[in-house]
Write a protein that binds this ligand. Structure first.
Ligand code: G3P
Ligand code: CA
Length: 242
C-alpha cells in the first residue's frame, strides 16, 4: 500500500490554513486526506484553527476559548494569507464533516489540547465524527498523553495517534500503554528502524510536516502509512513517479 497524502491544515501553502478553501484545494490537488486542528469556543463549538490565539491567522485578538462561535465567525481568517481570501471564515468541525460527506477523504483531527486543556474536547469531537458516520476514515491525534489516556478509558471506536516531536527511547512502549493505533512523528525523527519497530508492534507511522521534494521521497520510500504536507500537489506528483 502506498503512502497516504494528508494535506496539513488543508493545502496550506497556497490557501489560508484550516479554512474551507484550503480543504477544497487539497481535494482538487489529489490529497487522500485532510489534517486539521481543533480548539473549542466559549460555547463549546469545535472550530478549526491551529493557534490558541487569534492574532496570527485572523483579524481578531485574544483567545479562541474566550469567544462564542457567533462572535468568531465575524472574523476574517483569509486576508493574512492573501487578499484573494478576504472574508474567509473560521470553519467549524461540522463545516468540514458536512463538506466531506460527498468527498469521503480521510481525516486527521488533531486536538489542540496540549497547551489549553479543553474539558470534554475528546467527547465533543468523538460525537461529531459519529454523527456524520466518519469513524471509519478518521484518526484523532494529539500531543497530550493525558488526553489519549482519557480516550482509552472512554473506549473510543475511532483510531487515535500519539503526536511527538521529541526523540524518546520508550516511544513504542508509551504508544502501547496509551493504546493508540499510530505514531505521528516529526520528520527529523524518521528512521527505517523506528517505522519497522512500530509496525512490529501494530502501530502505523505518519510523518509531519514534510514539504521538500527530497524529504517527501524519503517518507514515501520508508513505507510510512502517511505523509502530512502543506504541498499535497507536489507529494502527489512525487508519489506517482516512485
Ligand atoms: O499533525 C501534525 C502536525 O500538524 C502537528 O504540529 O503544530 O502543525 O499542529 P502542528
Ligand atoms: Ca496539526
Amino acid at each position: 500500500m502506498s503512502t497516504y497524502i494528508y494535506a496539513h491544515r488543508g493545502a496550506s501553502k497556497k490557501a489560508p490554513e484550516n479554512t474551507m478553501p484550503a480543504f477544497e484545494l487539497a481535494y482538487q490537488q489529489g490529497a487522500d486526506g485532510i489534517e486539521t486542528d481543533v480548539q473549542l469556543t466559549k460555547d463549546n463549538i469545535p472550530v478549526l484553527i491551529h493557534d490558541e490565539n487569534l492574532r496570527r491567522t485572523t483579524n481578531g485578538m485574544g483567545f479562541v476559548q474566550d469567544y462564542s462561535y457567533d462572535e468568531l465567525k465575524k472574523l476574517d481568517a483569509g486576508s493574512w494569507h492573501s487578499v484573494n481570501f478576504r472574508q474567509t471564515v473560521i470553519p467549524t468541525l461540522d463545516d468540514l464533516l458536512t463538506w466531506n460527506k460527498e468527498k469521503q477523504l480521510k481525516l486527521n483531527i488533531e486536538l489542540k489540547n496540549n497547551l489549553i486543556e479543553y474539558p470534554n474536547i475528546e467527547k465533543i469531537v468523538y460525537e461529531k465524527i459519529k454523527k456524520y458516520q466518519m469513524e471509519e476514515n478518521t484518526v484523532i491525534s494529539t500531543f497530550s498523553r493525558k488526553s489519549l489516556l482519557k480516550m482509552k478509558k472512554l473506549k473510543f471506536d475511532i483510531a487515535t495517534a500519539l503526536l511527538t516531536s521529541k526523540r524518546s527511547r520508550d516511544l513504542i512502549e508509551t504508544a502501547k500503554h496509551l493504546s493508540v493505533d499510530g505514531l505521528h512523528i516529526r520528520f527529523r525523527l524518521l528512521s527505517r528502524r523506528l517505522v519497522d519497530k512500530a509496525a512490529n508492534n501494530n502501530l502505523y507511522t505518519a510523518v509531519y510536516t514534510v514539504n521538500q521534494p527530497f524529504s517527501i521521497s524519503k517518507v514515501i520510500k520508508s513505507n510510512c502509512h502517511a505523509i502530512i504536507t502543506d504541498v499535497p500537489d507536489i507529494a502527489w506528483s512525487i508519489r506517482k513517479k516512485l
